[in-house]
Design a protein around this ligand. Structure first.
Ligand code: AMP
Ligand code: MG
Length: 379
């Protein structure tokens, strides 16, 4: 069921797009905020199909677009012409079925999803779930450990408390110390166990609840990518709410180009472009969803170590990884850590990451060696 996405996710004073239907996920409004980002610190990603002055045989690139999770998705693929080539309609139907299944498993916007039922339960016994939900949570807890807890899907009570959750819209306000302490006591990935066979999850504290807004969209992109590969599509690009995965080459022989934007006086311009082949890209930004109170900006990116929105100068982090779910989770983790701690961790772990900080002279960009190598090979 579609909810209306209202001021909850839109910065004060901004009206554009406030009626975009929003069915799911705590980042309902990502699309809106992205379209507004040029007024703020717009650093997102944009598909560069046919850019760079070369001609592209558009006739053989098919496109499937739609809406899901309160945002949009698009799939572009090079259509085969042989007798076994999949029909566009069957690919479209398969993609729709994948997205509907993920909604039933992972949405916090519908009470009957697996995740909402787990969240509502106060039992500390094993709770059987789908294989996909167990897989996402296994990836999430692994990245929680590797990020020292900066990424933590059990942050939901805090996301809700700060007004960025799936609950009814509430006026932006800073929570009182006692509610903050109560919410923090319910957070901690170490209180969540995940079992692969048979797939099940277990909370060790009754109040634990999960929000997959920082990883499920990337997971959905990977599922669609896997579906396309399984159906013989060899070259494609999948984008959902800014999470991207691309594989193969376009008909002109070039790879799929993704641009990362930065603000200019006139709006935004593509700052760099990356060629993705068998990789996922995600950009997390604290400018995407926030409110202001007494001149302080509070964003939807919550630092589990403080229980509050991040307060550093880093406003956006782009990550390229082997799949979109990992890129999605790591971009959130590194944004929470900020460029100082985040860049050190990313460098040690060999993660391709690019940080945008607000400096005295405007936006300052820093990137890890792994990211610079990708940038170099994309030229
Ligand atoms: P993203 O845009 O991928 O960075 O995801 C942001 C969303 O993830 C927020 O709207 C929250 O729903 C959720 N979130 C916020 N802080 C965290 C965190 N530290 N770890 C995991 N998820 C988070
Ligand atoms: Mg993310």
């Amino acid at each position: 069921m579609l909810n209306s996405c209202t001021d909850r996710t839109v910065p004060p004073g901004v009206r554009d797009g406030s009626s975009l239907p929003c069915s799911d996920w705590s980042r309902c409004g990502r699309f809106i905020i992205r379209s507004l980002s040029r007024f703020v610190y717009g650093i997102g990603c944009v598909l560069l199909l046919g850019a760079c002055g070369r001609s592209v045989d558009h006739a053989s690139i098919e496109s499937i677009i739609g809406e899901t999770m309160g945002t949009t998705y698009q799939v572009k693929y090079v259509a085969g012409s042989g007798p076994g080539a999949p029909e566009r309609s069957s690919l479209q139907a398969g993609i729709t079925a994948i997205l509907q299944a993920i909604d039933r498993q992972m949405s916090t916007y519908r009470e009957d999803s697996e995740l909402s039922r787990f969240n509502a339960s106060r039992s500390t016994k094993w709770f059987p779930v789908s294989r996909d939900l167990a897989t996402v949570l296994a990836t999430a807890t692994s990245i929680s450990r590797r990020s020292g807890g900066a990424f933590d899907v059990t942050v939901k009570p805090l996301v809700d408390l700060w007004g960025f959750g799936s609950g009814p819209p509430q006026p932006p306000m800073v929570p009182k110390a006692d509610s903050l302490a109560a919410a923090r006591a319910r957070v901690g990935f170490q209180h969540l166990s995940v079992r692969a066979a048979p797939p099940a999850i277990r909370k060790q504290i009754p109040g634990l609840e999960i929000d997959l807004g920082a990883i499920a969209p990337g997971f959905a992109v990977d599922k669609i990518a896997g579906f396309l590969s399984d159906h013989g599509v060899q070259s494609y690009l999948v984008e959902l709410g800014g999470e991207v995965y691309a594989r193969g080459h376009r008909p002109d022989g070039r790879g799929w180009q993704i641009g990362i934007e930065r603000p200019t006086d006139a709006g935004t311009e593509v700052d760099i472009s990356l060629e993705l082949d068998g990789k996922g890209l995600s950009v997390s930004g604290s400018y995407r969803n926030y409110f202001e109170h007494h001149g302080i900006r509070y964003s939807h990116e919550i630092d589990p170590s403080t229980g509050a929105p991040v307060r550093h100068r880093t406003v956006a982090v782009a990550v390229v990884a082997g799949n979109a779910a990992e890129a999605d989770a790591w971009s959130t983790a590194l944004l929470v850590l900020g460029s100082e701690r985040g860049a050190a961790l990313a460098e040690r772990a060999g993660i391709a990451a690019r940080f945008a900080d607000i400096g005295e002279q405007g936006i300052e960009i820093g990137a890890t060696p792994a990211f610079l190598a990708l940038q170099g090979s994309s030229r």
